[in-house]
Structures are given as structure tokens and as C-alpha cells.
Ligand binder design. Structure first.
Ligand code: SAM
Length: 311
């Protein structure tokens, strides 16, 4: 069984009356090095280089979103104590029973990931064990899936999910990992930075997929802050309820700033803060009064919201 051989995958799908479904973003990996390297990077942290095969620490479990025909699932099964794989396509479930035969630590669940309560799902499947998420994400739903994972946890808590290692369009990968002020920087960059550290690991050209997408892809790993947002940004409110409200304000500021990129930050944030007070705070923090939101990092948004508290 070679789950990364294009002819084999085509025949396997046909045997179950299937073909790749565009509506579910089905682009299967056909280079065995790629799923092995993604699973290996999830198991041992930021890209461990490529020798492969190093298992995750004892007790750490994996959640795969969209196992497809099971190529990456089999890799995860070897590197993690337990694996759960959530697949939306009902037609793939009997096929996965065949391709994952013998992988006794894997549970396949036929569900739409977007309809799951992630917290409940993880606790039912893994108790309180740490979990690493791994996926070749369907392109049509990449950002909603990522945000639903990152927003499943309150800003101050230790998330059960330790990291998210995902294959996404290169353009999205560049956005997730961009520096403030760069052309790729966007609201999602700042939102992700409030939850964890994102690093681009490696590119995956279109020829590695069946069918081949029109774009290049890349693997990104987001390592979530173990101690919640306070670990990365000192001086945040100590009380959890207060922290929730503060981070909600930071996210609102980010979204207003990027919804109207051409406006100065003071104008874009005028629904939240009086313009004069904000301009004074910006200058006190060392920014020009006409600075635009795309120049500011997540830490800068936090500094502004701190300065504007109570104004
Ligand atoms: N992991 C396989 C691989 O790398 O070859 C398949 C990846 S394919 C890009 C995306 C997979 O996600 C497909 O199997 C698709 O059916 C599944 N999928 C799409 N939307 C989903 C959703 N909302 N919830 C769960 N699985 C989904």
C-alpha cells in the first residue's frame, strides 16, 4: 500500500466509488516525504530538520483535521501515543478503515471540524493529555479552522493544544508569519501573535498534490503560549475576567485598524477611543500621530490599549 502514489490513490478512491472532491478541498499528498516531515515537525517541535521518525514526548496526542486517504494519519500513528482524525467526507470513512488497518491508536471520526466543540472533543478523546494539531488544511476553510482552534481558549489559560502544524497556501503562510509593517502583515498576523509564535517551516510545490492545486503551499507551525498570553506580553491584567475584556479590546482595535488600512490609526480607532487622547497616547508611546495600523505589532496594540484604559 503506497498512499502517496497517485495511481494507487486514484484506484483506491475508485474502489470506493470516489474521486477527489473540490467542495471539500481534497488535494491529496503524493510525495511521501511531505506527510512524514509534517508529522515529524509536529512531533518534535519547530522543524527538526529532516531525518524524521523522532517520536513526540510520551503522553502527547495528535489531532488530524481531514485525514483524506490516511497518508499523514499513518505517520502520526507511529509518532504519537494516540491520534484522532476528523474527516467530513462520509465516503472516505470505509476507505480509511482499510488504509489505517493495524493503526490501533487511531480513531477516525466522521464530522465537520467546524461543527465540533474542540474543547469537548479533545477531552472526550484524550482526557487532559497535551495535543498537537496537524493538517493538510482544505484551502476553502483554512482561516476559519485556524481561528476556531486559537479562539477555543481563554487568553489567560494554558491551552490543551500545544501546537498547530499545518500545510496552507504559501500566501496564507506568509501572512501568518509576517513582520509588522511588511506587505504580508494583516489582522490575522496580529491575532495569531496574541496566541502563539508562528514559524514557516518549508514550501511544498503544487506537484506534490493530487490533484495539483494552482498555488504553492507551505507548512507553518504555531506554538501556542504555554502560559497563555501573559507569558508573551508582560504587564497584562492579573485577574482572568479583566484579561478577557482587555484582550477583546485589543482584538477589536486590530480588526478596526485593518478594516480601514488607509486611515490613520487615530481615525480608524475613533469608534473605540477619543481621537485626541489616542493621538496623545500614540505620541507618548513614540509613534507618529499619523501612523497606520499595519505598522504596529501585537505588542504595540497591547501598549496602546493599556495607555488608553479608562480614557
Ligand atoms: N490529509 C490528506 C492529505 O494530506 O493527503 C488530505 C488533505 S485534503 C487537502 C483536506 C481534507 O480535509 C480532505 O480529506 C477533506 O475531505 C477534509 N475536510 C474538508 N473540510 C473539512 C471539515 N470541515 N472538517 C473535517 N475535514 C474536512
Amino acid at each position: 500500500m503506497n498512499l502517496c502514489n497517485q495511481s494507487y490513490v486514484r484506484e483506491l478512491l475508485a474502489k470506493y466509488g470516489l474521486a477527489p472532491r473540490k467542495a471539500f478541498g481534497q488535494n491529496f499528498l503524493i510525495n511521501p516525504d511531505v506527510p512524514a516531515r509534517i508529522a515529524g515537525s509536529a512531533a518534535c517541535g519547530f522543524d527538526c530538520g529532516w531525518g524524521g521518525g523522532e517520536a513526540a514526548p510520551a503522553g502527547v496526542c495528535a489531532l488530524e483535521i481531514g485525514p483524506g486517504v490516511g497518508a499523514m494519519t499513518r505517520e502520526l500513528s507511529q509518532l504519537f501515543e494516540r491520534v484522532a482524525a476528523v474527516e467530513i467526507d462520509r465516503g472516505l470513512i470505509p476507505l480509511l478503515s482499510e488504509t489505517l488497518e493495524g493503526c490501533d491508536n487511531v480513531r477516525v471520526v466522521n464530522e465537520d471540524f467546524m461543527k465540533l466543540s474542540l474543547r469537548e472533543f479533545l477531552s472526550e478523546n484524550f482526557g487532559s493529555a497535551p495535543v498537537r494539531i496537524c493538517a493538510n488544511l482544505p484551502y476553502y476553510i483554512t482561516t476559519p479552522i485556524l481561528m476556531s482552534v486559537l479562539e477555543a481558549y481563554r487568553p489567560g489559560e494554558t491551552p490543551q493544544v500545544e501546537s498547530v502544524t499545518v500545510l496552507v497556501q504559501s500566501e496564507v503562510a506568509d501572512r501568518l508569519c509576517a513582520e509588522a509593517g511588511s506587505a504580508d502583515y494583516g489582522a490575522i498576523t496580529a491575532s495569531v501573535a496574541l496566541c502563539g509564535r508562528a514559524v514557516k517551516l518549508f514550501s511544498v510545490p503544487a506537484g506534490n498534490f493530487y490533484p495539483a492545486p494552482k498555488v504553492t503551499s507551505a507548512v507553518v507551525q504555531i506554538q501556542l503560549y504555554r502560559g497563555g498570553v501573559r507569558e508573551a506580553f508582560p504587564g497584562l491584567p492579573e485577574e482572568d475576567g479583566e484579561l478577557d475584556a482587555f484582550i477583546a479590546a485589543v482584538k477589536k482595535a486590530v480588526s478596526l485598524a485593518f478594516a480601514q488600512r488607509r486611515k490613520t490609526l487615530a481615525n480608524a480607532l475613533s469608534p473605540m477611543f477619543p481621537k485626541d487622547a489616542l493621538t496623545a497616547s500614540l505620541e507618548a508611546l513614540g509613534y507618529r500621530a499619523d501612523v497606520r495600523g499595519e505598522k504596529l505589532s501585537a505588542a504595540d496594540y497591547i501598549a496602546i490599549c493599556k495607555a488608553m484604559r479608562g480614557k
